[in-house]
Each structure stands twice: as structure tokens, then as C-alpha cells.
Design a protein around this ligand. Structure first.
Ligand code: MG
Length: 167
């Protein structure tokens, strides 16, 4: 068994009257992301990257938005369930790199909280989860503040029996 890589992308529309949740952290803002779940683009992109790495499709296949069980679902919880699939396949996360595309608000004050939340779920050290944010330079749907996007790349390594005890 060797290393596996996965990539994920997600986009959600911004709407007034919705909570803004990114990387499992609630961010006070005038708009939030619209979706069947809490529409956390960071957790969705990461979940898709993990599922891609283990060759198990995408979150739409595992948690369909036609299923009422996932209405208003917490996406960090869905990420936790995806991690169970990763472990069941015999892998652990080596590192994850996330980019958030959002015009506003400034995400720097929340970056560490997101990193902590995600590192706990991914079962890695803080340094193995990198979160970057960029604006859309006022261009396109991101720049017009119509939506946000996230991209994630993950590397998985085989979970060796001897490693699981020292983690
Ligand atoms: Mg999504």
C-alpha cells in the first residue's frame, strides 16, 4: 500500500439570514452559505479530497442532499464520518492544504480556530493542516460576494499497526 492523494472543490451561494460556518467555526457575518447542510465549503472540499484519495466518489454520494437526514447537517460531523471511511481503508492523513476564496470578511482572525477544529477531526498535528484564504479581487462570483469557494488537497499514508499506538 502506498501514499494516496486527493483533491476537492466546493462552492456555495451566500445568502442573508444564514450562519457563516467555515472549517467547523461559526464566523459572525452579515451573510452565510446556503445549502441543504450547514454549507461549510471548507469541510465539503476536505471531505471530497479525502473520498477522492480513497477512491470512494464524493460527499454527494455518501450524504445525498435528497436525504432528509442530512438537512442542516453539521459538515464537521460529515467530515468525521468520512474520516471513519479513511481509517477503515487503512489510511491516516499525512497533511491537508486548504484554500478559501472569499471576498469578505477577513478570515485571518479565525484561521487558527479552523485549523484546531480540523486537525482534531483529521487526527493530525496543527502543523499538518494549512489554511489559506484569498479574495476574488472583486472579480467573478467570489468578488461580487455572491458565494464562497474552497479547494483542498490531502495526502494519505498507510496506517501501520505500530504507528496507531503512538499517534
Ligand atoms: Mg457543498
Amino acid at each position: 500500500m502506498s501514499f494516496r492523494i486527493g483533491h476537492g472543490v466546493d462552492i456555495h451561494r451566500l445568502e442573508p439570514g444564514r450562519k457563516l460556518i467555515l472549517g467547523g467555526v461559526e464566523i459572525p457575518w452579515e451573510k452565510g452559505l446556503l445549502g441543504h447542510s450547514d454549507a461549510d465549503v471548507v469541510c465539503h472540499a476536505l471531505s471530497n479530497a479525502l473520498l477522492g484519495a480513497i477512491g470512494e466518489g464524493d460527499i454527494g454520494r455518501h450524504f445525498p442532499d435528497s436525504d432528509p437526514r442530512y438537512k442542516d447537517a453539521s459538515s464537521i460531523e460529515l467530515l468525521r464520518r468520512v474520516m471513519e471511511r479513511v481509517k477503515a481503508r487503512g489510511f491516516r492523513v499525512s497533511n491537508a492544504d486548504v484554500t478559501i476564496l472569499a471576498e469578505r470578511p477577513k478570515l485571518t482572525p479565525y484561521r487558527e480556530a479552523m485549523q484546531q477544529r480540523l486537525a482534531a477531526v483529521l487526527a493530525v498535528n496543527l502543523s499538518a493542516v494549512n489554511i489559506k484564504a484569498t479574495t476574488g479581487e472583486k472579480l467573478g462570483f467570489v468578488g461580487r460576494e455572491e458565494g464562497m469557494m474552497a479547494e483542498a488537497v490531502v495526502l494519505l499514508e498507510p496506517e501501520l499497526p505500530s504507528q496507531s499506538k503512538t499517534a
